[in-house]
Design a protein around this ligand. Sequence first.
Ligand SMILES: NC(=O)c1ccc[n+]([C@@H]2O[C@H](COP(=O)([O-])OP(=O)(O)OC[C@H]3O[C@@H](n4cnc5c(N)ncnc54)[C@H](OP(=O)(O)O)[C@@H]3O)[C@@H](O)[C@H]2O)c1
Length: 277
Amino acid sequence: MYKKINIVITGATSGIGFQTCKLLSSQEFNIIGTGSTKISCLDARKKFKRDNIKFFDCDLSDHNSIKLLSQKIESEFQTIDILVNNAGKLFIKPELDPKGIEKTFSVNYLGHYLLTRLLLKKILTSNCPRIINVSSVAHKRGILDLSQLNNTNLTAFQAYSRSKLSQILFMKILSKKLESSNITISSLHPGLIGTNLLSKNGFWGKLLTLGHKLVGKSTDSGAKNVLYNIKSENTHNMYFSNSKNEKLSNYANDINLANELWDISAKLCGLSTKLEI
Ligand SMILES: NC(=O)c1ccc[n+]([C@@H]2O[C@H](COP(=O)([O-])OP(=O)(O)OC[C@H]3O[C@@H](n4cnc5c(N)ncnc54)[C@H](OP(=O)(O)O)[C@@H]3O)[C@@H](O)[C@H]2O)c1
């Protein structure tokens, strides 16, 4: 029997993630989408007619919620072929997660680190395992000082850039740790896309969203860039901007920093630094 590809997409209730699900739902995929709340998941599910998509709620700043999500996925699906770490948020007013970690870093990077590690065994049972991190061109402005992960004095853009740089460093170090496997890990900038990324930030969020939607491209354009990483060959350990391979900055290529980030992330998530697969 023809086997469908099981794909997990975080942040699938809105924007680029939602549109990516739309493009995939008419194809050979079983889609597991996530959103931050039960309501956003129910609302998103209603917009799909086919039965090849499920939504699970998971707050990526809450490690218990992530563990619950991975348990649900583990019990329902024998294999996960592709994980797209897409969910993202930009906090105009600095916040901390329940563990005291700055929340942009927590949602955009650390939550995905934990989810990826929890699902990794399952992903590696696939014939075509793939992990995609939806990062941003903003990573180029990122500075990562690992002693400052609880610092709420960063500007919103500094915190966002740091989280996006961390996603790229995660790709680098995970690729190195899994070099003997057949996995494909890549990251991307989806383009400037008019979405709700800035919206849940009070008055300023609403105002900035108007501007973002005015200058940004369509979610379809962003989703097609994600689709490129889902479907293309020879993307391993690479970063794509608008579906074109781009060289990384020296900072994003710093494997020692990536290693340190890995170790601290493991500790923060209560995991071994050693990858047992
Ligand atoms: N839009 C751009 O111009 C642009 C540019 C570069 C990179 N990106 C990246 O593209 C990705 C998608 O963003 P988007 O622009 O499509 O934004 P969006 O429309 O706001 O979608 C963000 C998604 O992330 C989810 N999310 C937010 N906070 C979460 C949390 N605490 N836990 C779990 N899920 C959470 C949201 O779920 P709920 O709706 O259920 O809260 C939503 O599904 C992000 O990683 C973003 O950084 C966007």
